[in-house]
Design a protein around this ligand. Structure first.
Ligand code: FES
Length: 115
């Protein structure tokens, strides 16, 4: 895994299926990568409601990930909890593609909040 400034190489472009997810480890963080069309997103992989991996969930409509355990949901772009039983938002991370590789900026925690 290559580190460039605060960006960590997480996967190869094409590893994440369209409307799909991929769990990756970036340093100590487990991250869920998403691809919607040509755009990639990244959030923390663990659901804020319990011990479930969002990368095993489903993109139920453009921009929402449904947790596989209790079917709570989050906005992939903002990390906001939008479907019960989830109340706490999840972290989102900036993503960029360079030279066919997906990089995640794990030091950023935009979109994270605790209610
Ligand atoms: S663990 Fe995700 S909704 Fe309960």
């Amino acid at each position: 895994m290559e580190m460039t400034e605060n960006w960590i190489e997480a996967a190869i472009d094409g590893d994440v299926p369209d409307q799909g997810t991929l769990q990756v480890r970036c340093g100590s963080e487990l991250i869920c990568l998403y691809r919607i069309g040509a755009t990639h997103f990244a959030t923390q992989d663990e659901c804020s409601h319990g011990s479930a991996s969002l990368s095993e969930g489903f993109i139920v409509e453009d921009g929402l990930i449904e947790c596989p355990l209790h079917q709570g949901s989050f906005d992939i772009k903002t990390g906001r909890a939008v479907g019960v039983p989830c109340k706490d938002d999840i972290r989102v991370y900036p993503v960029k593609i360079e030279n066919g590789k997906i990089f995640v900026q794990v030091s950023a925690q935009e979109g994270y909040s605790s209610k």
